[in-house]
Write a protein that binds this ligand. Structure first.
Ligand code: BGC
Length: 746
């Protein structure tokens, strides 16, 4: 404690304003702490669930009065929240308020697209707005701590939780993470509409072997630091109030018991002063991992490793008193953890205003919130294909068939982690197209299949009869929300049920066929894309998915989304991601396919390069890919210097022309390649993106500033350094296509 106050004293001398308010807060924390018994302190670290599994509301109140609970999950009735808060603030000895928590992952009631869809917008400002509305709606219901954003780098579409992620790239994920933190937490965390963010899952959970949820990971330190950690670090620098440990063991150490990670890196190296929280039961799951003997041992490992709050598994409240008495857990370790929790409560302003104002007019589902949700949904849609300018539907089209199991799936389009989303508020494409465009086109609706896994083709004949009679067909396929998310990994990524067959039969009508995919992950839909004239990838687009897609079909909205994750041709290509390192024998692109291999071919005729005989080396679509209804031409790439020193900034400019017929926005992406390093370097790395809106025919110049310091990486000596040498910069429309220039760092 003395050391603590000394640091604060130093801070206040060096930075008087920061020092003063911080010092007052820390003094208050010390005062509160000094009045608490050991058991009451442990209570602050105990997070329980309010849905009944840990007792009725009355039983929870009793625990709160005794000071045995610090935060409560999953209660969303502000009246109940206020009652429990009263038990804490008026009826407990310590009067320390509770925090109420929830997984507000992509919206509270007004659901935004799933995070993977949000990442496809490449629009952090918009995502910040989305997070803001989520915070406004959640705090109105008493929630002040959200378990989001999930910023696990996800390179494996089999993993169901890829839906909750911002995709495969650290740079993009970092930008989105910061946007969500700022949107949730607002300008001032103590404002009643601000909600603490929780970065999860620390660390490496998305690299679960085989894409099977909860599986072990094997990420070496360099890759952790290069790929998995940067978004967490950036979001912490942006002020994230908390961080959640992950379920997985990385290289043999479960994250919840990883002292190097939680103490050495997070606290010492990054100077994080927020709360560390376990995942649900991840403290006692260390027993199943074979890392702890029993619950008591698990508690000892976790708190000594640097975990503050235990979610749901109660081993702290049951064992820490004994562990402290036995000298296995120093009291100072307990006190530090409690300080972190009290600090969060102070920052949230809960000591001054613990209650939720239930008389405040509601903003939930306000027109503004629905408009933001629609905008995010629009910008998340990725146009994968548009042969013969099938989209937007031309004014010559007088009748359409809307079909497919996802056309009117109010539950599924909300996606995974929609704890509070309501299907009766969901606007589906089938209904939206009818209500918004029903006066312009005759609309027939017949789903053909009732849900994505449905194999019953009995209504196909009727669907096809209508299909033959209309001018165009829009088929909504994909996956149900339940096939994505936590513990919903898949070994195969083809369309489920009879959806492929439906597309095949619709294609046979020779009517213009637009396929809209609503899914929580990349699906291996190469064949269905070939059979379609146009394809929109709409993810699970949330409450306003219907109007967003309707406007896109009819040209009122123009696609702008780009893929935040590489789409594999087949599951066997996974892991496949754009920023891999090179082999000594990279694929050349002209490899023989399996059908071209001559009979009795000699071992060497295939050329010894790194690819799959049956599906090659290329993905179905690369990271960053996405078309528009218009087209863009990139010319005149210029860099201001070709030789730079380590303190310089490279200025990059180029011209972009809208060469099509519609106004459109292009997400222009900047990638670099470090040609030679003391360790092998990724073939490409995203280092910037900018949006440019252009009218048809308009031309404009776009600028990027790339500080040389952004070229730093964890070198052979595990130091973050810019190594002198040759680099390439590419600016383009996706990670595979662009204009290039070379420069050198001296
Ligand atoms: C998930 C977390 C989530 C927690 C609380 C866990 O199963 O892994 O992401 O925040 O439950 O709902």
């Amino acid at each position: 404690m003395k050391k603590h106050l000394y640091i604060l004293f130093l801070l206040s001398v060096l930075f008087p304003v920061y020092g003063r308010s911080q010092q007052i807060a820390e003094q208050k924390i010390e005062t509160v702490l000094s009045k608490m018994t050991i058991r009451e302190r442990i209570g602050q670290l105990n997070q329980l669930d309010g849905r009944g599994i840990h007792g009725t509301v009355e039983q929870l109140k009793e625990l709160v009065r005794k000071g045995e609970v610090g935060s409560l999950m999953n209660i969303t009735d502000p009246k109940v929240i206020n009652q429990l808060q009263e038990a804490a603030c008026k009826e407990s000895r310590t009067k320390v308020p509770l925090i109420f928590t929830r997984d507000v992952v992509h919206g509270f009631k007004t659901m935004l697209p799933i995070p993977l869809g949000q990442a496809a917008t490449f629009n952090p400002d918009l995502i910040k707005e989305g997070a803001r509305i989520a915070a406004i709606e959640a705090t109105e219901h008493g929630i002040r701590w959200s378990f989001a954003p999930m910023i696990d780098i996800s390179r494996d579409a089999r993993w169901g939780r890829i839906a909750e992620s911002f995709g495969e790239d650290s740079y993009l994920t970092g930008k989105m993470a910061v946007a969500v933190v700022k949107g949730f937490q607002g300008e001032d965390l103590s404002h009643p509409q601000s909600m603490a963010a929780c970065l999860k899952h620390f660390i490496g959970y998305g690299a679960a072997e085989g894409g099977r949820d909860y599986n072990s990971t094997y990420i070496p330190e360099r890759q952790l630091r290069e790929v998995y950690l940067p978004p967490f670090k950036q979001a912490i620098e942006a002020g994230s109030a908390s961080i959640m440990t992950s379920f997985n063991d990385n290289d043999g150490i479960p994250a919840t018991g990883n002292k190097n990670l939680l103490r050495d890196m997070l606290r010492k190296e990054w100077e994080f002063d927020g709360v560390t929280l376990s995942d649900w039961g991840s403290v006692t799951e260390m027993i199943k991992h074979g890392f702890a003997q029993d619950r008591k041992h698990a508690a000892e490992i976790a708190i000594n490793a640097g975990l503050d709050v235990e979610m749901s598994s109660k081993s702290f409240i049951q064992n820490l008193e004994k562990l402290i008495a036995e000298g296995k857990v120093p009291e100072s370790v307990l006190n530090d953890a409690v300080r972190n929790v009290l600090r969060l409560k102070y920052k949230l302003g809960l000591f001054e205003q613990p209650y939720t104002d239930i008389h405040k007019p509601t903003e939930t589902y306000s027109a503004k919130h629905l408009a933001v949700a629609k905008k995010v949904a629009e910008e998340s849609v990725v146009l994968l294909k548009n042969d013969n300018k099938t989209l937007p539907l031309s004014s010559n089209i007088k009748s359409i068939l809307i079909t497919g199991p996802l056309a009117d799936a109010s539950h599924d389009q909300l996606g995974t982690w929609t704890m509070d989303g309501e299907t009766d508020k969901t606007q589906t494409p089938a209904k939206a197209v009818a209500s918004m465009y029903g006066d312009k086109v005759k609309i027939h609706f017949m789903p053909g299949l009732t849900y994505s896994r449905d194999k019953n083709q009995s209504s196909f004949d009727e669907v096809l009869r209508i299909a033959h009679s209309v001018d165009a067909i829009v088929v909504f396929v994909g996956e149900e929300a339940i096939l994505t998310g936590e513990a919903h990994s898949l070994a195969g990524l083809n369309l489920q049920g009879a959806q492929s067959e439906l597309i095949k039969q619709l294609k046979a009508t020779r009517k213009p066929l637009v396929t809209v995919v609503m899914a929580g992950r990349p699906l291996t839909i190469g064949r269905e894309i070939e059979q379609s004239d146009a394809v929109l990838y709409a993810w699970h687009p949330g409450t306003m998915g219907g109007p967003a897609i309707a406007d896109m079909l009819f040209g009122k909205a123009i696609p702008v989304g780009k893929l935040p994750v590489t789409f594999p041709k087949g599951v066997g290509q996974i892991p496949i991601y754009y920023n891999h390192t090179n082999t000594g024998r990279p694929a050349k692109g002209n490899e023989k396919s399996i059908d071209e291999i001559p009979l009795n071919a000699k071992q060497s005729v295939l050329g010894h390069s790194s690819y799959y005989l049956d599906i090659g080396s290329k993905p179905l679509y690369p990271f960053g890919y996405g078309l528009s209804y218009t087209t863009f031409e990139y010319t005149d790439l210029k860099i201001d210097k070709t030789k730079l020193n380590k303190n310089d900034t490279l200025s990059v400019s180029l011209k972009i022309k809208n060469t099509g017929e519609y106004k459109g926005t292009e997400v222009v992406q900047l990638y670099i390649t470090d040609i030679v390093g003391s360790v092998t370097r990724p073939v490409k790395e995203l280092k910037g993106f900018e949006r440019l809106e252009l009218k048809a025919g308009e031309i404009n110049t776009i600028h990027f500033n790339l500080p040389v310091s952004d070229l730093a990486f964890w070198n052979i000596d595990m130091k973050k350094t810019v190594e002198p040498g040759k680099f390439k910069v590419m600016v383009g429309t996706n990670s595979e296509t662009g204009l290039e220039a070379n420069f050198e760092v001296e």
